[in-house]
Design a protein around this ligand. Structure first.
Ligand SMILES: [Zn+2]
Length: 277
């Protein structure tokens, strides 16, 4: 079904695949390192082999990485910009060793720059990383964001401009339902969600859409709040989830929700049921 969840690598990468089997999912997303730290990490060939074997053994067909949130490629602070580029490069290298084909990245913020200047700056830095890592095939999926602060991921047009600036086949798109709604796209009813995907297609191209983050929203429409709610328990309702499950069966989907009381199991079941209704 290419439906799954963000799972923990605590205790080793292999544990992410074991958790997938427990949840009965074929798609996962992981942080390849501690996402709250700049401290770098390299993955050994042995760890990579072990993880790839575990994915095959436990039926994981698609595994994404999510780049750490500290990465801020639009930063006007040279030290943070350097760290961000290094962190992205290391992420792509870890992905390659682990056999992960895509990493999801938040595009970054403009700070005091104009959006146009920020897009050029972020785009140039991503190009720079791709150039240094020539031959590394891992794709970067730019994720739409809730549009908080000067974030440039909140509007499809900014992501589109960024993709146009980078001009690389290695760049794709990840759509997060919570972020789209919080950024002001009213996807609550079939007409709204259809309009959203039409705009995505016109501006970016649906062929670039390679991953969904399926999260309901604790914030209201246009609240710019990046707070994920369990499926059907936030302000979005079930309609867009049904639409996505039924209209995009071929695109992998990942939950990014709190895990208390084995909540993933319930959220996944709701989505599986919606795919049939
Ligand atoms: Zn997300």
């Amino acid at each position: 079904m290419l439906l799954g969840s963000h799972v923990s690598i605590s205790g080793g990468y292999v544990n992410a695949a074991i958790e997938a089997a427990r949840l009965g999912i074929d798609t996962i997303q992981i942080f390849t390192k501690n996402q709250q730290s700049w401290k770098e990490k390299t993955v050994t060939e042995h760890e990579g082999k072990e993880f790839k074997a575990a994915c095959i053994k436990h039926g994981v067909k698609q595994a994404f990485s999510h780049a750490i949130y500290l990465i801020s490629l639009g930063s006007e602070n040279d030290d943070i910009a350097e760290k961000s580029m290094l962190a992205l490069a290391m992420e792509l290298e870890r992905c390659k060793t682990l056999g992960l084909t895509h990493t999801v990245l938040h595009p970054g913020a403009a700070g005091t720059l104009s959006k146009v200047e920020a897009i050029i700056r972020i785009g140039d830095r991503i190009k720079n990383v791709l150039q240094v890592l020539k031959g590394n095939p891992v794709k970067i999926l730019l994720e739409n964001t809730a549009g908080q602060g000067s974030s440039i991921g909140g509007k499809l047009e900014y992501i589109s401009d960024l993709i146009d600036h980078i001009k690389s086949k290695q760049i794709g798109l990840c759509i997060d339902t919570c972020h789209a709604f919080a950024a002001g796209y009213d996807i609550r009813d079939p007409k709204g969600i259809e309009k959203f995907f039409k705009e995505t297609d016109n501006r970016i191209g649906l062929e670039k859409l390679l991953c969904f983050h399926l999260n309901d929203s604790k914030g209201e429409l246009g609240s710019k709040l990046d707070r994920h709610a369990h499926i059907g328990e936030g302000f979005i309702g079930l309609t867009p989830f049904k639409y996505i499950m039924q209209n995009f069966p071929h695109i992998p989907k990942v939950l990014e929700l709190p895990k208390e009381n084995d909540a993933d199991k319930k959220n996944l079941q709701i989505l599986r049921d919606l795919s049939k209704k």
